[in-house]
Design a protein around this ligand. Structure first.
Ligand code: VGL
Ligand code: ZN
Length: 203
């Protein structure tokens, strides 16, 4: 079985959002076209409490994009984003959700960030996504969404580690930094994953 993971296609990552990913809105129509080609579609949703420690606003004297140590992990400090219950945390209104069977939320624990749909950044707690996918007999995981160099990358890396055949759908992702995305894609390929285009799936 083949699953499509739609990563964090939420208003705050779209143009005019709190943590806008350049051209992030361009993934939406591709994500919509892709869904009918999969046995299973799952979405992730970044879902932070207002006092989340990944927010620069929670650290006196720190600025957005500074890097700090947080519970022993390197942490980029972000603008406040995807705060639970706010419009910015909602999925784009243009994203089709009727085929999305489950939504895995992440980033709820204030002291630890969670880029991957599978685990927090410290790999301390599972979201249950691995067991969910195995329960549906999924062997192949295709990853798309935002941001290509953060949550897509960390999700794909964990998918590989969990033993899924893993594909990043390059044109269905947009990164915060293009350079970061190039490194991310190279790392996924080095770890045995594949980078593919949506046209190879929808045609
Ligand atoms: C993300 C930074 C902070 C993402 C989430 O979805 O890639 N990036 N939180
Ligand atoms: Zn976040």
């Amino acid at each position: 079985m083949k699953a499509l993971l739609l990563i964090d296609i939420q208003n705050d990552f779209l143009p005019d959002g709190a943590l806008a990913v350049p051209a992030g809105d361009q993934v939406i129509s591709i994500a919509n076209q892709l869904q009918q080609h999969f046995d299973l579609v799952v979405a992730t949703q970044d879902w932070h409490p207002a006092n989340h420690k990944s927010f620069a606003s929670q650290h006196a004297g720190k600025n957005v994009f500074d890097v700090i140590q947080l519970q022993g992990l390197e942490q980029v400090l972000w603008p406040d984003h995807c705060v639970q219950g706010t419009a910015g945390a909602e999925f784009s209104e243009e994203l089709q959700l009727h085929q999305v069977e489950a939504i895995f939320r992440k980033g709820m624990v204030p002291g630890v960030d969670s880029y991957s749909g599978f685990y927090d950044n410290g790999h301390l707690k599972s979201t249950g996504l691995t067991d969910y996918l195995r329960g549906k007999e999924v062997q192949e995981v295709y990853v798309a969404g935002l941001a290509g160099d953060y949550c897509v990358y960390f999700t794909a890396k964990d998918a590989l580690q969990e033993g899924f055949r893993t594909f990043v759908i390059e044109d269905a992702c947009r990164p915060i930094s293009q350079e970061g995305f190039e490194r991310a894609k190279a790392d996924i390929v080095a770890k045995g994953g594949k980078v593919v285009q949506s046209t190879a799936i929808v045609s």
